[in-house]
Design a protein around this ligand. Structure first.
Ligand code: AMP
Ligand code: ZN
Length: 114
């Protein structure tokens, strides 16, 4: 997707503060952090929303969670706790239409979120 911000981060056209990468997933710090640790985990494949996931994307979504686990460990928030969340569509706060998991930690998390 030539006009997608996160695709441009995957290709390197736009610079990201990368904290984790493998063949299928890229993770970088959120530009407007909402917690001491706020990392976005994105699949390298362009997928617009959770609603657009296919059966064949199941392992890719699993890799996003495994990346979250690894980054949480690197960030030393595994035991304290963290949130791993994806917003779907504008009503839930999605503003970038390339799926991404927010990994938030380093402070107490409130429930329910706003
Ligand atoms: P969402 O609102 O769930 O779609 O999340 C999009 C996130 O992308 C927000 O938390 C933004 O702060 C973040 N974001 C937007 N532009 C950039 C950027 N250039 N680099 C890193 N994070 C960004
Ligand atoms: Zn994209």
């Amino acid at each position: 997707m030539s006009d997608c911000l996160f695709c441009k981060m995957v290709t390197g056209e736009i610079k990201a503060d990368v904290v984790y990468e493998n063949d299928n997933v890229l993770a970088f710090r959120d530009i407007n952090p909402q917690a001491p640790v706020h990392v976005l985990i994105v699949p390298k494949k362009h997928i617009r929303t959770i609603n657009d996931l296919q059966e064949t994307d199941a392992s890719l979504v699993g890799e996003m969670y495994l990346a979250a686990k690894e980054i949480a460990s690197q960030s030393e928030i595994s035991e304290q706790g963290y949130r791993a969340v994806m917003n779907c569509n504008a009503g839930a706060g999605q503003t970038v239409f390339h799926i991404h998991m927010h990994l938030l930690g380093g402070r107490a998390m409130l429930w329910p979120p706003g």
